[in-house]
Ligand binder design. Structure first.
Ligand code: FMN
Length: 106
């Protein structure tokens, strides 16, 4: 796990699977989006078409358009499916932990 300030975006091109996380920024019930440093990092990532990619956000009330906005900044295949995970306290629910492990193994 690396924070976006230490990570080298090009390394994602060599990774087998990529899980990208950002905190949810918005007006609490609408207009959610990732923050500017995350967007700047995401734009520098290589083409992730065909790779296994998952998105994660922490939030307090509602994630709304967060995942759609995160996806918008990534270079992905048109119909590429993504796993998404969210958490209000930074930890994953038991159900999401299982889903994450299944995604890693798949
Ligand atoms: C300026 C600002 C805007 C935020 N907007 C939202 C929002 O639209 N929806 C939401 O659920 N949480 C929102 N949050 C809460 C953050 O997502 C939350 O604080 C962050 O995920 C980190 O979690 P933590 O405070 O428990 O470390 C906002 C926080 C801030 C500071």
């Amino acid at each position: 796990m690396q924070n976006i300030y230490d990570a080298h975006p090009a390394d994602a091109g060599e990774a087998d699977l990529i899980l990208l996380g950002a905190w949810c920024h918005g007006l609490f019930i609408l207009l959610q989006h990732p923050d500017k440093p995350w967007v700047a990092f995401a734009k520098r990532l290589p083409d992730l078409s065909g790779k296994k990619v998952a998105l994660f956000t922490t939030y307090k009330l509602a994630t709304g358009s967060m995942f759609k906005k995160m996806r918008k900044h990534l270079k992905l295949g048109e119909n590429q499916s993504l796993e998404i995970f969210k958490s209000k306290n930074g930890s994953l629910s038991e159900e999401d932990r299982k889903r994450l492990l299944e995604w890693i193994k798949s």
